[in-house]
Ligand binder design. Sequence first.
Ligand SMILES: Cc1ncc(COP(=O)(O)O)c(C=O)c1O
Length: 383
Amino acid sequence: MRGLYAVTPDVVNLENGYWGIMAEPVRREFIRQTDMINYENTCYVRQRSAGDFEGVRTKVAEAVGAAVDEIALTRGATEALQLLIGGYNKLRPGDAVLYADLDYDSMQYAMNALKACRGVDVVKFNVPESATQQAVLDAYARALEVTPKTRVLLLTHVSNRTGLVLPVAEIVRMAKAKGIDTIVDAAHSWGQLDFKVSDLGADFVGFNLHKWIGAPIGVGFLYIRKERLADIDRDMGDEDFPEVDIRSRVHTGTVNFATVLTVPAALALHQEIGAAAKQARLRYLRDYWVTRVRSFKDIVILTPDEAGSYGAITSFRLAGKTSKADNDAVVAQLRDSYKVLTVRRAGVAKGQCIRVTPALYTEEADLDRLVEALAVVTDTKAG
Ligand SMILES: Cc1ncc(COP(=O)(O)O)c(C=O)c1O
């Protein structure tokens, strides 16, 4: 796997949660497509791109287990989820919408904006820290119980803050039983975890393809279950497509054609490696460092070890060190003294933390460097 990726030797990059470095065959295809677009310009775009884009949409739909008329391409998960949250047209004044501390910032903003534009109450609650799947489920059950007017619930499949994997299917089932719709943020999950969209049970899901599928930056998609299309408005009154066509729910304007045309190469590599093998390797790498540092003095691992609760991403903090400054200092020490790149994450109810995200190209020796660094940072003696 390491040979598939050209990465800088200057640092051990454990900040692969931002986006995924393209594997070499994908990068070469992206360059080829960029050259083609630049050379052919509108000769290609006006005459042939529509058919090719449909081919890409079909491949994405097949790979995620949806019908092609249930997905529309976007520039990423933010665009997909903003269109789902903002376009959901069944909210009435007095309804409530619900989300949690571990949801992504810009999705929280989009939910907050519903107060002004739809007249709803926006309610936020906290997911328990390092909790069992049952405790997380109980927390969602309680939140729905104390907010009986909830109409829409936002769920983040894999939290960008702590890497916690929510038991999405169970929460969706629980919400559906109460007549509540869920919008699922799958930005971090597809490609990191092995699943099909039907496994989630949700009617509205936003994805990107530039994190764990390894496409070039700037592409994602939204999923709307066929029977639910009418519940999401057209994007800014789009008239390019009929109202019954999901593509009318996304009106991006000019996109990076080469990015979209490279998606099949990224999907082909994803499938060649295998989604299950990717998930297993990423969990192995996560376990490799977590099991070695768990007993270190004052290390608090925020992401539980329970099966199904984690993928590649896990966050930690030093006991009691919850501020921005505390965590910035550790990130800086890891980077400057040990050349190990991590990132501080805010927004977790119990305090800020540091996120560690290996990738497919990460090797054990890279993680040994992190473990050695954390031994010094925590003043834990070797052995
Ligand atoms: C949980 C989550 N949701 C949404 C997004 C936004 O994704 P994109 O960058 O594709 O717009 C991210 C990006 O980091 C994320 O981690």
